[in-house]
Every structure is written in structure tokens, then in C-alpha cells.
Design a protein around this ligand. Structure first.
Ligand code: EPU
Length: 416
């Protein structure tokens, strides 16, 4: 198992190119299953999760090639509507095949994802949505089976604007008969790009970027090409590190997707300058303590909560960080505490008391974003930090240690 070793407390300086967004590309890859032809997706990051999704697409009968960041998906042979437990348990986003397979083949059998490192993460909104579209849903031996000749449009209102449920229902509703209205839909940039991609394939979705999506069902979709949006969470991770340790310029980034994050960094005393597709961050003399509560887009992303806490561990005062999207996504707290951070967790709130410095220690990755927060913690800490189980990190970050090395970090990967 690989580990990352960091000799911390070194200044960061330079520029880093941001990769395509993991959470945008995964549903787009499954959307390609809707068309009886070959689609090309550009700027696909080489991640453990995109590789897992490629395996899943091939299992259902698609053929794929990946070259120079372009993934070509030939969905002509799609004929096996099954997503097995072995894959779904390693990546919840596998559940995104349900909508497209149901639409294309009238049946889909997808393993229930089960729990994950930070709690139950149910799929009830997805299933209620499919039922509303007329699918017959059954659970057998841990698998969800969904069946329907042709789905029928309906009005669906989510109790919470779930990213995954919005994407999955969109992909099923595009070919349903009649009109579907999704209320309280997610508005995350990744969902916006999915909806635009579906329209490019011939779907008729309106209300994109709002929380009410109206879908006029069409008979079928055609293949289409797309370039994946920049990963705002990868960008945010580098911004936090830059705010703690130096001057970093991000290129190939979409600043408008990071408005609230940039505001918070500015409040924390960093100097932020924004170009068309670049952001430069320079750390201030002190890191000011800034409270933060996560929210759905355009709120502060839960996927940057852990990294924000890492930055606040060395703020000049105390902060309160609350996650309203997930109530128990805090596996990084005991690990950051091992680096000397002063953190107290109560329900879904972390009380952070800023320290003058952190001190390196062996720590353990537990999920993608917790791992990223440990990398930032290790970069901040004096001495050596060893981060174990970094396959979690590799699920969502493309060559993270190489990118940090280019900025001057003393960071290496070791295979055991
Ligand atoms: N929820 C339900 N029922 C459902 C679906 C969601 O109760 O049927 C709840 C969840 O338990 C959670 C909240 O609704 O409390 C939001 O979950 P959501 O469905 O929006 O999350 P997701 O689609 O499973 C995606 C990202 C996550 C990101 C969240 C929130 C992908 C592949 N994953 O997950 O990304 O945290 O949206 O923005 O897009 C990551 O990249 O590290 C990651 C976990």
C-alpha cells in the first residue's frame, strides 16, 4: 500500500494546472451510455474513480479508449444492465448507471452502495424519483432492480437538493414520455454541466442552473462530445495550501465556481487575485480565524470542509466549522489531532483552536477529502508526516504529490 511522506513547513511557490472535475466526469461517463454511438469526453482526469467507472461501463457492454486525457465511449454494445457489488462498494457514484441503463434497456440491477467511511449515505431520493417515473423498484440480495417499459414524466420534489439523485433522475427522465419537473434540484456546477451535456445529446432540459428543472422527454439521444469543467475541489485544496504556505497560481480553473471559497480566503487574510481562468493566492502575515458552515451550491462545499479545518488549525484564534450537508463527515479530526491540532467535535460542528504550529506524525487516510486535509496538515507541520492508505486520495486527486512537489513541497510517495 502506498504512503505519502511530507517534510513540512516549507514555502510553496509556483503554478499548478487544475484537472477535470471528478464529480462532473463520473455522471457524464454514464450519460454516454444513453446514446447508441461513440461519445468523446475531453479533460478526463486519470483517477482511481474514473478507472473504476471505465470498468463498470465495460461490464455493461460499452467499449472505451483513453488517450491524452480523452475518453471515447462506444455505447453501441450496451446490453448488460448490472452494476455488481464489487464495484459499487468501492465507489458510490457507480449508482449513476441506474438512470441511463433503465432509460436505454428498460431494466437495471445495481448493487445498493451501503455505508461509507462517514455514515449511511442513503439512496432513497433516487429510488422514490424512479418510482415516480413509473419504474418498478425491488430489492433482492442487496441489489436494487428497476424495471419499466418506457418511463413516464412526472413531478418530483426532493426533500434535499441531492446531487446524485438529481443527476440520476435527469438521465432517466430525458427519454421518459412527457414532461418531468424536478423541484429542489441540485445546482452544483457538475449537475449544470451534466444537464448541458444531455441537451447536447438531444435532450430537452430547461431551468438549468436553477433549482427547478423541466424535462420534455425525447425518443432517444445521440452521441456528443464535451470537455469536463475544472475540478473546483482540487482547486480549493491548492488554495487552502497556498493560503497557509506561500504564493500559488492555479491555471485551468473556473473562478466563478469558487466565489464563496475565495471570499472566505480573503476574509482569512490571504490575497486573492482572479483572472479569466487563473487564481493567484498569497498568504497574509497571519491567518485570521473565519467560521464556516457548508451548504449546497453556491454555499461552501462540504468537499472542502476538511481542508478548511486544516487551514484554521494554524489561525490566529478560534473558529467554528459546521457541516450541514453530511452530519458525520469528520474522520480527519482524530488524525489532524495527531499533528497537534486543537479540535473538538460536537455533533456536526468542529471547534478549532488555532495553534502556532503543527508537528509531523504518522497519520491515516480515511476518505478522499480527509486525505487531502492530512496532506495540507503535513505540509503545514514541522518535521515529517507519513500518510498511510493513500488509495483514498488517489480516488479523487490526479498526481497530487507531483503537483505539490512542483510548488516546492518536500513530498514523496513510497510503495510498501
Ligand atoms: N441523501 C439522502 N438520500 C438520498 C441522497 C442523498 O438522504 O437519496 C442525503 C445524503 O445522505 C447527504 C445529502 O443528502 O446528507 C447530500 O447528498 P448528495 O446526494 O448530494 O451527495 P452525492 O450525490 O452522494 C455528491 C458528490 C460528493 C459530495 C456531495 C455533496 C459525486 C460523485 N459525489 O455526492 O463528493 O460530497 O455530492 O456535494 O458527485 C467527494 O468528491 O469526495 C464526494 C463525497
Amino acid at each position: 500500500m502506498d504512503k505519502i511522506i511530507i517534510v513540512g513547513n516549507q514555502p510553496l511557490k509556483g503554478s499548478v494546472a487544475i484537472s477535470g472535475a471528478k464529480n462532473a466526469v463520473l455522471p457524464i461517463m454514464t450519460a454516454a451510455l444513453l446514446a447508441d454511438g461513440v461519445s468523446h469526453i475531453h479533460k478526463v482526469p486519470d483517477l482511481r474513480d474514473t478507472r473504476t467507472m471505465v470498468r463498470l461501463l465495460e461490464m455493461v457492454g460499452a467499449k472505451t479508449t483513453y488517450k491524452n486525457g480523452t475518453l471515447s465511449i462506444d455505447a453501441r454494445g450496451v446490453d448488460t444492465p448490472v452494476a455488481p457489488y464489487e464495484l459499487v462498494k468501492t465507489m458510490r457514484a457507480s449508482f449513476y448507471v441506474l438512470g441511463p441503463l433503465l432509460s436505454r434497456l428498460g431494466v437495471a440491477k445495481v448493487s445498493l452502495p451501503g455505508g461509507c467511511a462517514w455514515g449511511p449515505r442513503p439512496v432513497d431520493f433516487h429510488l422514490k424519483g424512479f418510482e415516480k417515473l413509473g419504474a418498478e423498484i425491488t430489492l433482492e440480495s442487496g441489489y436494487i432492480q428497476a424495471k419499466s417499459k418506457r418511463l413516464k414524466g412526472n413531478n418530483i420534489r426532493f426533500d434535499f437538493p441531492s446531487v446524485g439523485a438529481t443527476g440520476n433522475i435527469l438521465m432517466a427522465a430525458v427519454t421518459a414520455k412527457g414532461t418531468t419537473v424536478i423541484e429542489n434540484a441540485a445546482r452544483e456546477p457538475e449537475i449544470v454541466q451534466l444537464a448541458r451535456y444531455l441537451n447536447k445529446m438531444g435532450a430537452n432540459i430547461s431551468g438549468i442552473e436553477t433549482d427547478v428543472l423541466t424535462i420534455e422527454g425525447v425518443e432517444g439521444l445521440s452521441p456528443a462530445d464535451i470537455t469536463v469543467i475544472p475540478d473546483r475541489i482540487e482547486a480549493g485544496t491548492f488554495l487552502m495550501a497556498g493560503a497557509a504556505l506561500g504564493e500559488v497560481t492555479l491555471t485551468d480553473v473556473e473562478p466563478s465556481h469558487l466565489d464563496i471559497v475565495l471570499d472566505k480566503l480573503d476574509e482569512a487574510g490571504a490575497t486573492v487575485s482572479v483572472g479569466q481562468s487563473t487564481i493567484t493566492i498569497k498568504h497574509g502575515d497571519v491567518i485570521k480565524p473565519v467560521d464556516m458552515t457548508t451548504g449546497v451550491y453556491p454555499g461552501f462545499p462540504t468537499d472542502l470542509q476538511a481542508q478548511w479545518i486544516s487551514l484554521m488549525t494554524i489561525a490566529d484564534g478560534s473558529t467554528v466549522v459546521t457541516d450541514t450537508v453530511y452530519k458525520d463527515r469528520f474522520s480527519h479530526i482524530p488524525e489532524l489531532t495527531r499533528l497537534g491540532a486543537n479540535l473538538q467535535l460536537e455533533n456536526n460542528t468542529v471547534f478549532v483552536r488555532g495553534q502556532k504550529f503543527l508537528i509531523g506524525a504518522p497519520v491515516m487516510s480515511t476518505d478522499i477529502r480527509a486525505s487531502a486535509s492530512l496532506v495540507i496538515g503535513g505540509l503545514i507541520a514541522k518535521g515529517t508526516t507519513e500518510i498511510g492508505r493513500i488509495y483514498h486520495l488517489d480516488r479523487g486527486y490526479e498526481r497530487l504529490e507531483e503537483k505539490f512537489k512542483k510548488l516546492g513541497a518536500v513530498i514523496t510517495r513510497e510503495s510498501e
